[in-house]
Design a protein around this ligand. Structure first.
Ligand SMILES: [Zn+2]
Length: 90
């Protein structure tokens, strides 16, 4: 029996704080045969399109839009001042 292979762990030499990352997926799917009568959206849309194809043999499609954001935009205080000024005049 060969000796156990040591586990190689990634050593974190990067001492910056963890990156603030958020992502959202927008999933839409449909059936080319059923047309607009059958459309799916949401996290299960891809699986529903696959199962609809399996069950009916219809050609189905799925579009996935992935949005990724790193960090958050800093609020611009000047914009709030401007809105306050407009509100004071109105
Ligand atoms: Zn169909």
């Amino acid at each position: 029996m060969p000796p156990p292979v040591p586990m190689l762990h990634r050593i974190n030499t990067d001492h910056r704080p963890p990156r603030n990352t958020s992502s959202t997926r927008d999933v839409r799917a449909g059936c080319h045969v059923c047309g607009d009568a059958v459309r799916w959206s949401g996290p299960n849309a891809q699986g529903v399109a696959a199962r609809h194809h399996d069950a009916t043999g219809h050609a189905t499609w799925c579009e996935i839009a992935l949005s990724i954001a790193y960090g958050r935009p800093v609020a611009d205080d000047r914009q709030l001042d401007l809105e306050d000024a407009i509100g004071a005049v109105a």
